[in-house]
Design a protein. Structure first.
Length: 396
């Protein structure tokens, strides 16, 4: 993935450049509540404008399921981009996405101007990656740039199909994701520590299997740890448990031993009787979880142990919270891990989704080397998979 063309390899002057971004932002009552994804896409837009190109932006928003739904209109995004780049952004309000209205607006588009298309998922062909729709999109421009990392793991018309019909390259955001995540996977500064958490082992099996060959330290917390406890012969009370993954967890523990990977599990656990923000809780040794209680966070000894390992590392990747961080009583493990990362001088990479949300929530976002803008995409990248939206682009 490191040998793909970047936007700087294209001659964009006096060209119309179709740029796929991930503007799938959270909205409430028609207002954008978090614009990080929009801001992250602006360097590519500004570069093309500065080089004398015209920018035709496209994205999906939410799940309109292949038909026009006003609540998923991208118009608020056009307005936000306009504020960010201090320039008019035209909005092609066209239920067909590439209808006559859009075509006319794009014909009239001059170098230095920006237009945003309507939600590409208004068309059912988009998710089916239908060639006809890919061609319609391609007909609008001279060049294609993909900068939508958050959807790069999906082979859709706007993320992959269209690349077959135009000279193509990746934008700065995808380039940055590849540089950090790809760089850590291919050539990490060691020790290389990977911290995995979140609800389920089954979501992270591919990541563990890929990284067990690469990491020096593998730290496991969150709900997925209890399946590993069971594999070690501990009882886990009413904690999250994937019975059908216990054998796999045993094999992974064995594999880590064989490969000399330092696999760390929580030594103590915060337990409560109910999954409730106001439940009474206490901390017990991980081998001692009472029958009627569930683990909801890593304990204090574990926080210290994990923080020490993080501080020894030179590269750290973190994906998945250490506990139910949405509830303040069970957020401390996740907070401590975020804090240890913020104090480390290692390259610190935060996978998208919940860990990115946690780092934001606790105020450590600007202390990390890189926070991925894609949850699913970063997971698949960590699994060692080729992402279709990047694969489709031209090589250098
Ligand atoms: P994931 O989407 O797999 O990254 O999981 C994130 C979710 O896992 C968050 O909503 C957490 O609340 C949840 N989680 C983390 N630790 C636990 C736990 N010990 N018990 C139940 N849920 C947990």
């Amino acid at each position: 993935m490191l040998n793909k063309k970047t936007v700087e390899n294209l001659n964009v002057k006096d060209k119309k450049v179709l740029v796929r971004c991930d503007f799938n932002v959270p909205m409430k009552d028609g207002k954008i509540t978090d614009d990080i994804r929009i801001r992250s896409a602006m360097p590519t837009v500004e570069y093309i404008l500065k080089q004398g190109g015209a920018v035709v932006l496209m994205s999906h928003l939410g799940r309109p399921k292949g038909e026009p739904k006003p609540e998923y209109s991208l118009e608020p995004v056009a307005n936000r981009i306009s504020e960010l780049i201090n320039k008019e952004v035209k909005f092609a309000d066209d239920n067909l996405v590439v209808g006559d209205n859009t075509k006319k607006m794009i014909e009239e588009l001059n170098s230095g101007e920006v237009i945003l298309l309507q939600n590409v998922r208004y068309r059912k062909e988009e998710k089916q990656n239908e060639e006809s729709f890919s061609k319609e999109l391609a007909s609008l421009a001279d060049l294609y740039v993909n900068d939508a990392f958050g959807t790069a793991h999906r082979a859709h018309s706007s993320t992959a199909g269209v690349a077959a019909f135009l000279p193509s390259a990746m934008g700065y955001l995808i380039e940055k994701e590849i540089k950090f995540i790809g760089g850590a996977l291919e050539n990490p500064k060691r020790p290389f520590a990977v911290i995995l958490g979140g609800a389920k082992v089954s979501d992270k099996i591919g990541v563990i299997e890929n990284l067990i060959d690469k990491a020096d330290t593998l730290i496991i917390g969150g709900g997925m740890a209890y399946t590993f406890f069971k594999a070690k012969g501990y009882e886990v009370g009413t904690s999250l448990l994937e019975e059908d993954k216990v054998t796999l967890a045993k094999n992974l523990i064995e594999k880590a031993r064989e490969k000399n990977v330092d696999l760390l599990l929580p030594v103590d656990t915060v337990v409560a009787k109910e999954f409730d923000a106001n439940a009474d809780y206490k901390t017990v040794d991980s081998s001692n979880i009472p029958e009627e209680m569930m683990g909801l966070d890593i304990g204090e000894k574990t926080r210290e142990l994990f923080a020490k390992k993080i501080k020894e590392a030179k590269t750290v990747i973190w994906n998945g919270p250490m506990g139910v961080f949405e509830m303040p009583a069970f957020a401390n493990g996740t907070k401590e891990v975020a804090n240890a990362l913020s104090e480390s001088d290692a390259t610190t990479i935060i996978g998208g989704g919940d860990s990115a949300a946690a780092v934001e929530k606790f105020g450590y976002a600007n202390m990390m080397s890189h926070i991925s803008t894609g949850g699913g995409a970063s997971l698949e990248f960590l699994e060692g998979k080729m992402l279709p939206g990047i694969d489709a682009l031209e090589n250098k």
